[in-house]
Design a protein. Sequence first.
Length: 189
Amino acid sequence: MPEGWVSLIVALLLGIAIGWFLYVPRSRAALAAADALRDNSQSFLQLAKTALEKFQEGAKGDLEARQKAVHDLVQPLRESLQKVDDKLGELENARVSAYSALQEQLKALVETHLPTLRNETANLGKAVEAYNKATVTLESRVLVSARRFSGLKAAREDTQIATPGLIEVIPRALQAPEMAATEGDNDEM
């Protein structure tokens, strides 16, 4: 048996030696290939980096040119809008001024006509009061005397005493909310 073991060990050693000799050239080739691949990768990365930098510079220049073109296009619009805005401001100021002047005129008209309206209201009240007094006097004195005169047969029979007409016109009440407060003022007069 020892011979079998020896031949087995010799065969095993021989297989290891053959494998070693076959492996060493391959690993050296693999190492050389790996070095070449690394060098190629470094070269490729450097080339790609250079190309990317050139592209970025071109894109940056293109972007600046486009921004300038957009600015040149928008600038006249911006200036026109500023002029329109200025004109609208002037118109708004003119409108406010005109409305203020109109408001002052209306206020002056109201202040001018309000005393006249109060006087006319007072006069109308006095006129109604005088009419009521005259009607009471007519009914309580004159007509009573005329009936007596008629009863004495002193007047012709076809003579009739005319009756006064009724007043059917009612003064218009003030409708404006601003005038509601002045209506109470008229009661005080």
